[in-house]
Design a protein around this ligand. Structure first.
Ligand code: FAD
Length: 554
């Protein structure tokens, strides 16, 4: 068997290594256009910021190591230019010698990745406008950073854009973000991204949301980014992080099927429309694990696993790719934002019914020093309770909870299962009721009708006439420090003795800081015959939706 693999980084290198482990006899040719294989794309921003000091560390495996250990035929600086499906050959251009030759294959694996988007904005080819994909891009940006630049503009506040921003700030560079959406980290629901936006502003980043770059003007001192609303932003470095497009030219030219957004179409064995050709990684269209819809999710974990699975299938192991959940994480200074599965907005787009809850637990026991609060948002099926998605924002421990929830989604678990999951606990690591259990208790209680709830978003959409009476059950001090507009305050400890102050002919919405005392108040009032709901996630959730409100909530 002779396998040719196009692309030698995440998906391609994984496929090659797996293929060798499965077959000592095969001939495996790994063709990579760039000078490096298997480099750490995900580490590039941290090398730019100086956290990773040694460039060599980004070269996870060298071609020489792959040749020696895995007996692969690695051809770097070699570009596959075309595929002849009838002859089962690829045409390779050796970019160093200029030689062009054909290489035969029995099975071909395409792992060409995705290229950063560079839309035809006037001036986009200015020398100061960069994208970041590989070590060569990194070297160019690093050279610019080493010239002691003062100002940078990052266009796009997605994962890579924000990682770049963090690293630019680390270098003391005055940084502006230009983002088309009205939020940072657009895959997240907007309210869950609020703490990131607040942190960026606190750290001096100029955050221009709902704004776009219209034109780049090269000047003597660098580049000026002209925005749609008429701003002129001078900078020495402009970094574009506005998404990627699948490198599908080879596939398209060879007549392989691609989806509407350009991803190479594959079946669940990762086989393209030609059974002798497989495709993996950022270049392919995948099935969304939750909605079942075709989508493109460029992440390293899926690319690596797909590489492995494609190699398995080449050798007759019938391993199926389950689809991509989009489990992703961002570190921004001391904050962590992570998500898995569907977001509220993606469920809305797909027309999938859902319910949601917010909890704000601490990452570990509150009495043990150093506890940090997080916010978890859980989305689930309103009938079965099947978990559809989760997002977390906070400090320590967000990663662990989202990973647990990622497994729960993949296992098809429900919110009732989350009530029962048994997780490791000692005070410095968690709580006897882990945040994952807490999310399960709240969501399952909601579905069981133990505590009817109302979302902050729904409350805010209601007119004052239709809105329930808002009952703040926190202490008078907490109430004074900020509360929902028009809320009345009866603390939970006084509630039972002051029930007669509450109307029996109007719905009451109780809330506290995070939802827990509000839950207790809901139970008290329900059992006393009141029409009551709890505001999901309490005042803290209100603040996520209303970051601009002052401390009195007005
Ligand atoms: P790639 O890793 O891009 O490899 C494709 C390779 O194919 C390229 O080297 C290209 O030169 C080569 N190639 C293309 N066409 C040809 C051809 N015709 N002939 C020969 N060679 C060809 N993901 C995460 O999950 N977490 C992160 O923290 C994260 N951080 C990232 C940070 C940055 C700066 C970048 C750029 C990406 C990051 N990603 C992250 C995304 C992740 O790196 C990609 O999803 C993953 O590398 C995709 O793997 P791939 O094999 O499909 O493509």
């Amino acid at each position: 068997m002779k396998i040719v693999i196009v692309g030698g980084v995440a998906g391609g290198a994984s496929a090659a290594a797996r293929a060798r482990r499965l077959s000592e006899d095969s001939e495996i040719v790994l063709v990579e256009r760039g000078p490096d294989v298997s480099f750490a794309n995900c580490g590039l921003p941290y090398y730019l910021g100086g956290t990773i000091v040694d460039r060599q560390k980004l070269l996870v495996v060298t071609p020489e190591r792959l040749e020696a250990r895995m007996r692969l035929d690695v051809r770097v600086r070699s570009s596959v230019e075309s595929i002849d499906r009838q002859a089962k050959t690829v045409r390779i251009h050796d970019l160093e010698s200029g030689r062009i030759y054909d290489e035969a294959y029995d099975k071909l694996i395409l792992a060409p990745g995705a290229a950063p988007l560079r839309p035809p904005i006037p001036g986009i080819d200015s020398p100061g406008v960069f994208t970041l994909r590989n070590l060569q891009d990194t070297d160019r940006i690093k050279a610019m950073l080493d010239s002691n630049i003062q100002q940078a503009v990052v266009v796009g506040a997605g994962f890579i854009g924000l990682e770049l921003v963090e690293n630019l700030l680390q270098l003391g560079i005055d940084t502006t973000i230009v983002e088309l959406q009205d939020q940072v980290l657009p895959p997240f629901d907007k309210e869950m991204s609020t703490p990131l936006a607040e942190q960026l502003t606190r750290r001096g980043v100029k955050l221009l949301l709902g704004e776009s770059a219209d034109r780049f003007e090269t000047t003597e001192t660098g580049v000026v980014v002209h925005t749609k609303s008429g701003r002129a932003l001078p900078a020495q470095l402009v970094a574009l992080g506005i998404g990627v497009r699948p490198e599908n030219k080879l596939a398209v030219d060879a007549g392989l099927e691609v989806g509407p957004r350009g991803g190479i179409q594959v079946n669940d064995s990762l086989q393209t429309s030609d059974p002798n050709i497989y495709a993996v990684g950022d270049a392919i269209e995948v099935q969304d694990f939750v909605s079942g819809e075709p989508t493109q999710i460029p992440l390293a974990g899926p690319a690596n696993r797909q590489g492995r699975i494609a190699a398995d299938n080449v050798f007759g192991r019938e391993v199926r790719y389950r689809g991509t959940q989009g489990t992703a994480i961002l570190g921004l200074f001391d904050q962590t934002a992570a998500m898995t599965g569907a977001s509220e907005k993606s469920l809305q787009r797909s027309g999938i019914a859902f319910r949601k809850i917010y909890v704000h637990p601490a990452n570990h026991a509150g009495y043990y020093p150093g506890a940090e609060q997080m916010t978890l948002k859980l989305l689930f099926d309103p009938e079965s309770g099947r978990i559809l998605g989760a997002q977390g924002i906070g400090g320590a421990g967000v990663d662990k909870r989202i990973d647990v929830l990622a497994i729960a989604i993949q296992a098809g678990m429900t919110v009732f299962d989350l009530e029962e999951v048994e997780l490791a606990y000692a005070p410095q690591y968690g709580s006897a009721k882990d945040p994952v259990n807490m999310a399960g208790f709240v969501a399952a209680g909601l579905l069981r009708g133990d505590h009817p709830q109302i979302d902050v978003a729904t409350l805010m959409e209601q007119s004052p006439e239709e809105r329930p009476l808002l009952l703040d059950v926190r202490t008078a001090e907490e109430y004074a420090a900020g509360h929902f507009p028009d809320a009345v305050n009866i603390s939970i400890d006084e509630l039972r003795s002051r029930l007669d102050e509450l109307p029996t002919d109007r719905r009451i919405a109780t809330y506290c800081q995070v939802g827990q005392r509000g839950y207790l108040a809901t139970r008290v009032l329900m059992q006393a015959g009141y029409d009551v709901v709890n505001v999901s996630g309490g005042y803290k959730t209100f603040r996520l939706f209303n970051p601009e409100k002052d401390s009195a909530g007005n």
